[in-house]
Ligand binder design. Structure first.
Ligand code: NAP
Length: 258
């Protein structure tokens, strides 16, 4: 059994998930690095975590697919015999970023399966494992962090499905937080703003212009490490009397201004 706490970070081969996985390793966690396609990138992350003196395994699994989610959880428990932290990070943008009048059901299904259905059912399964771990005193507390987005409340008419799925993640967080509150499992939402990653690379110039023009009070791009620091704080148990909380990591974007 792993003596150290174990974290499962979905979509941690690249971008924000990768930074979260490395930061959790730096703070004493062993890691399950999940990815869907990019085995080489996931292997690099495992290597980086091992060089920090921690254990890590890479598990290919699509969070959108039921059997994959089950295998992901099963492998985690088989390899480490415990799960302390789940970070629901894997997500996709709206394929083709089509205007909502042209948006397709296919895009809706892809986005909702990956960004909402997958995280919900993974959290359900993870919570069951955490409850078993708490009962047997294998773990001291459970933490679930959902990585949503400023798109949960800021409209982009070319990504309607993405915005709606991210908005629903807030209710998902509240529901899980309430159900698990008495069981020593805390559930949080981290709400990143504009963060430099492969996801935002195609729209880099647009955001360069917007940030320059004052989109965010803190006038710079966010980094995956900015988001990772928030997750590390939440996973550390630093906020024991808080659950269902939304932590904005957005340079102040959410503040309405005149
Ligand atoms: P990214 O650079 O595109 O990386 C996506 C990661 O998710 C990769 O590791 C990818 O694996 C994995 N992935 C994709 N589909 C998956 C699936 N079905 N099952 C398992 N893993 C899957 O994205 P990112 O910018 O880091 O975004 C991470 C999260 O933050 C997403 O939920 C996103 O919505 C949210 N977010 C991002 C921003 C931003 O500005 N970047 C802002 C707000 C919120 P492979 O390497 O195998 O493809």
């Amino acid at each position: 059994m792993s003596d150290s706490p174990v974290a499962l970070v979905t979509g941690s081969s690249r971008g924000i998930g990768r930074a979260i996985a490395v930061a959790l390793a730096e703070t004493g966690h062993n890691l399950v690095v999940n990815y869907v396609r990019n085995a080489a990138a996931a292997a690099e992350v495992v290597h980086e975590i091992e060089s920090l003196g921690r254990r890590a395994i890479a598990v290919p699994a699509s969070v959108a697919i039921t059997a994959d989610r089950q295998r992901l959880l099963h492998t985690t428990i088989e390899q480490f015999q415990r799960l302390d932290v789940l970070v629901n990070n894997a997500g996709i943008t709206s394929p083709g970023r089509k205007d909502l009048l042209d948006a397709t059901e296919q895009s809706w299904d892809e986005v909702f399966s990956t960004n909402l259905k997958g995280p919900f059912f993974l959290a359900q399964q993870a919570a069951r494992e955490m409850l078993a771990g708490l009962k047997s005193h294998t773990i001291q507390r459970g933490t679930i962090v959902n990585i949503s987005s400023i798109s949960a409340y800021a409209v982009s008419t070319d990504r309607a499905d993405y915005c709606m799925a991210k908005a629903a993640q807030q209710m998902m967080t509240w529901l899980l937080a309430t159900r698990l509150a008495e069981d020593h499992i805390r559930v949080y939402e981290v709400c990143p703003g504009v963060i430099a990653s492969d996801m935002t690379a195609p729209v880099q110039e647009k955001y360069d212009r917007l940030i320059e023009a004052g989109l965010t009070p803190i006038r710079r791009w966010g980094t995956p490490e900015d988001v990772a620091q928030a997750v590390v704080m939440l996973a550390s148990g630093a906020l024991p009397f808080s659950t269902g909380e939304r932590i904005n990591v957005d340079g102040g974007f959410h503040i309405r201004r005149l």
